[in-house]
Design a binder for this molecule. Structure first.
Ligand code: ATP
Ligand code: MG
Length: 577
């Protein structure tokens, strides 16, 4: 029997100041985790129980999908990352260490290189393929901004799987199997997710989807169509601009207008009494250390991921003030495309822009009546801006796009042969020809998933656990532990429930009922049984369901059957959340 008094469940009345979002506050308040330092957390017993349950669901579904569990080292020789060229891409995110021989090692932020090296050694023949290897393991990332508790930590648990196939049909099959496994995993963990098209980023693949939990606290922007099923990460989303491109005085020649101290888009828009869409935003970047000007409509942001891809560069940063002054001959805030001598890349949504307003490349001045094609030398046209809410849908063309926020809990990628080629993961086909394996990779943030469940499922009083991952399914709460018949009845029901296979937390603390009830709500176990003198006098115990607050007074001999029925309902009904 698990007695609260002998557990470590340090509940808190107030949320520590550093916790900004509900799930982080609740994990701390319910005594599930504690912070060691920024981005580093200890799991306390109850948090660990819930985590193990998430891991178990992940494991069962991976096994069911035919993936094989392995466990790779968390620490890797740096050379293997250099072999694929990814050391340069990820070096800021990787924790780098040295052993006593001064050999360079890194703590793994992900494991494509390591698993591919393994397969390169262990797989020789087409008979051994396809194969999908997975692990549940700690990853390390030196995040720029660790925050929100387990959501963005420096050390976190990931399930990562890697598939190796012989042809594109095989990859598609592996990808679909993982996609479906992910749908089952999140559903079983009680999470509602939204699948979005994703950028393929540093992984360098061809197709990719993210599983998102919609939440205001989400760090990812999501764009979705009101009318059709199109949904994409903002990093990748395309929008069809409905903004105008030809403005009132189009056709006239450009003119310089004095705009003292009008630097931002808002300033300039107000100054000219023009909507932001009429302005052309000019940003100077250093792309692989060379200056380039990026142009987007004034009502949009540059999408640096798209820009990086369009420019085919590894490093992209906004230029420093000195560089801006040098290439534009003006202080920051007055850059424009006309007369620039550095390469210019313009957003496709600027095609046909006439009568537009830009910086004049001189201090305190802007240029009006700009006809982009006529007045500027555009080297490249590409989609380099973010989609905006209100844009047309690129898929159905009819619907409008809306913007949401999401937390990425899972990610599936088709990788192609980037890693298998670099590290020699191949096989001999039936004709004895050597071929390269085609890869897919599939990640779930296990610790992030756990916290996301709480972000999605809580109320003003505390956590509302889905029964599948609740630390315990039932809490038995004797209201007065000094009252012998109460304790007797409570212990009896605990024994019955445990014999029937339930996981029970017994709140045996000698505390005021109010304190115990508050803690019970905060902890949020799905089913609670209150045992009190008043009820016993009437021959009943009280069963309370956390998710809807429903109370049932039930004679002791019917408690087990009622709990079983409730648990079954909670397990099968998605209505729980
Ligand atoms: P993000 O964009 O949030 O930084 P990512 O795209 O870099 O994540 P992946 O490399 O796709 O992450 O990792 C697989 C999964 O690991 C993610 O879907 C996410 O759930 C989880 N994850 C990634 N970084 C962290 C982190 N710092 N803390 C907790 N979980 C993380
Ligand atoms: Mg990702």
């Amino acid at each position: 029997m698990v007695r609260w008094s002998q557990q470590l469940i340090p509940t808190l009345r107030e949320a520590p100041a550093e916790a900004e979002i509900p799930s982080h506050q609740l994990m701390l308040r319910a005594g599930l985790i504690r912070k060691l330092s920024g981005g580093l957390y200890t799991f306390l017993p109850l948090g660990l129980r819930a985590l193990h349950k998430v891991e178990r669901i992940v494991r069962e579904e991976m096994d069911r999908a035919g993936a094989l569990e392995v466990l790779m080292p968390a620490m890797h020789p740096q050379e293997i990352w250099e072999q694929t060229g990814r050391f340069d891409v990820l070096k800021d995110v990787m924790f780098k260490i040295k052993d006593r021989q001064e050999r360079n090692l890194v703590l793994g932020p992900t494991h494509e290189e390591i698993v591919t090296d393994l397969v390169a050694h262990e797989v020789q023949s087409y008979r051994q393929l396809p194969v999908n290897l997975y692990q549940i393991q700690t990853k390390f990332r030196d995040e720029i901004r660790p925050r929100f508790g387990l959501m963005r930590a420096k050390e976190f648990i990931m399930k990562d799987a890697y598939s190796f196939d012989m042809n594109l049909e095989g990859v598609e099959k592996s990808y679909q199997a993982m996609y479906r496994a992910y749908e089952r995993i999140f559903k079983r963990a009680g999470l509602r997710t939204k699948v979005v098209e994703a950028d393929t980023g540093a992984m360098g693949g061809s197709a990719s989807h993210e599983f998102m939990v919609l939440a205001d606290a989400g760090e990812d922007g999501i764009i979705e169509c009101e009318a059709c099923s199109y949904a994409a990460n903002l990093e990748r989303a395309e929008g069809v601009s409905r903004g105008e491109r030809v403005f009132a005085d189009a056709g006239q020649s450009t003119a310089v207008v004095a705009t003292p101290n009008q630097r931002t888009m808002e300033d300039v828009s107000r100054f000219f009494k023009s909507p932001a869409v009429r302005l052309i935003k000019t940003l100077i970047y250093l792309a692989d250390e060379k200056p380039v000007a990026a142009l987007v409509p004034g009502d949009r942001d540059v999408n640096e991921i798209k820009l990086k891809r369009a420019l085919k560069v590894v490093a992209l940063v906004l230029a420093d003030d000195a560089t801006i002054a040098k290439v534009t001959h003006a202080p920051v805030g007055f850059a424009g495309p006309v007369g620039l001598t550095i390469p210019i890349i313009a957003d496709e949504k600027l095609k046909g822009y006439r009568g537009a307003i830009t910086g004049a490349n001189q201090a305190d001045a802007h240029l009006v009546n700009v006809d982009l094609a006529r007045d500027a030398k555009i080297e490249t046209w590409a989609d380099i801006s973010n989609a905006n809410a209100g844009d047309g849908c690129p898929r159905c063309e009819k619907g409008n796009l809306v913007a949401k926020r999401g937390i990425e809990v899972g990610h599936v990628f088709k990788l192609g042969t980037k890693y298998s080629e670099a590290l020699g993961a191949g096989y001999l086909d039936p004709e004895g020809q050597r071929k390269t394996a085609i890869m897919g990779c599939y990640g779930i943030g296990v610790t992030r998933t756990l916290q996301s469940v709480i972000e999605q499922s809580h109320d003003a009083n505390g956590i509302v656990w889905p029964i599948s991952i609740a630390p315990y399914q039932v809490e038995v709460l004797p209201i007065n532990v000094a009252h012998a018949p109460t304790m007797e009845a409570a212990l009896k029901i605990v024994a019955e429930l445990e014999a029937a296979g339930f996981e029970v937390l017994f709140d045996d603390r000698d505390e005021r009922p109010g304190v115990k009830f508050k803690d019970a709500d905060l902890l949020g176990l799905p089913i609670r049984i209150n045992v009190g003198e008043k009820g016993l006098a009437k021959g009943v115990l009280e069963i309370k369901l956390r998710h809807n607050g429903e109370l049932r007074a039930v004679p002791p001999e019917q408690v087990l059957a009622t709990v079983q029925a409730c648990a079954e309902e909670l397990r099968t009904g998605v209505a729980v959340l």
